[in-house]
Design a protein around this ligand. Structure first.
Ligand SMILES: [Ca+2]
Ligand SMILES: [Ca+2]
Ligand SMILES: [Ca+2]
Length: 330
């Protein structure tokens, strides 16, 4: 990735998206997990048989064993980590990578170790941008504004079962593991990776990296973050970085709307023409629109139809709305 220096920018908030198509009908918050694939019946007979390394787990046929299950190799473990013949939980995808887990996929991790929080199933990206990334939050692309979503979804958790793959699911709204579950994985070396996915072309993507100032700061993202942190074009502080907050902005110079701004993230950084930074308007009763629906969460690119809609987000017909994001942390 080429990196060109750019000046530190103030929050520039012009051309905020204001067009939000309405559609009737509601969408549920939860989707049943149906990821269980077909397995041999021997994987369910309460006996250790075949190539199983422990009862009904491990080996090539059955699901991975969990903590303390017997294993011969990492692949025998749903935790992705086999140590001295027993599966062990590690604390994050980053920790799994550090322990030799180089495969992308869904693993059980225990962010607080022996602490009281139960292990979580998370999606690990171990193969791009240095690996070690845990999918933490997703804004699905939006075409409608009747999907009720709380601003505090990142903090509190919402539809975490939608984070077991990186697919964009139009109008399925937000998904988050909740920062309470993730906070033990945050330390002074932690970064977030934010990938914008074009609302009308899932293959068109742009990525920024943001330092996580603290676990508290992360919990306040999208609502009321008080701690600016570097926003960069690669996961290191260099000349590409500016500084920004992912936080709610009400009123202010040139801004009549209530929006959550992804500070420091403009598609100008990726060569597109845009009027401002990425932002969204999370649904809440106090910013309900005149059509009676709160806003949906699709991200505004601020690109409008500039350059023949080179950034392909025309779902709302206005050339700048409905994009998704994938937010990973490590
Ligand atoms: Ca069995
Ligand atoms: Ca625990
Ligand atoms: Ca556009």
């Amino acid at each position: 990735m080429s990196v060109t220096p750019r000046p530190a920018t103030m929050l520039v908030l012009v051309g905020l998206c204001g067009c939000w198509p309405a559609a009737p009908g509601g969408i549920g918050d939860d989707l049943d997990d149906s990821s269980t694939g077909a397995q041999d019946s021997a994987c369910f007979d309460a006996v250790r048989n075949g190539d199983e390394t422990d009862i009904d787990c491990g080996g090539p046929m059955c699901s991975g064993c969990l903590g303390e299950g017997r294993c011969n190799q990492d692949h025998d473990c749903g935790t992705g980590y086999c140590a001295s013949g027993r599966c062990e939980y590690v604390a994050s995808c980053r920790a799994l990578l550090a322990n030799g887990g180089a495969q992308d996929g869904v693993f059980w991790v225990d962010f607080d170790g022996q602490g009281p929080r139960a292990p979580l199933r998370v999606l690990c990206d171990q193969s791009t941008d240095g690996g070690g990334w845990t999918l933490a939050f997703k804004v699905n692309p939006a075409t409608r504004d009747d999907v009720t979503e709380r601003r505090e979804a990142l903090r509190d958790g919402f539809n975490p079962n939608l984070l077991l793959d990186a697919a964009m699911l139009p109008d399925r709204g937000l998904a988050s593991h909740g920062t309470a579950a993730l906070s033990d994985a945050v330390d002074a070396d932690s970064w977030a990776r934010v990938t914008l996915v074009a609302g009308a072309d899932e293959t068109q993507r742009a990525t920024w990296f943001k330092r996580i100032a603290s676990a508290y700061s992360l919990a306040q993202w999208f609502v009321d973050d008080p701690e600016p942190s570097p926003v960069c074009l690669q996961p290191m502080v260099d000349d590409s970085c500016t500084s920004g907050l992912i936080t709610r902005v009400k009123g202010g110079s040139g801004l009549t709307l209530d929006a959550t701004v992804l500070g420091g993230m403009s598609l100008v950084d990726h060569g597109f023409r845009a009027d401002g930074e990425l932002h969204l308007r999370l649904g809440a009763a106090d910013i309900e629109e005149s059509d009676g629906y709160p806003f949906a969460s699709g991200i505004c690119s601020a690109t409008k139809d500039y350059d023949d809609n080179a950034w392909h987000d025309s779902q709302g017909g206005d050339g700048h709305w409905g994009n998704g994001i994938l937010l990973w942390i490590r």
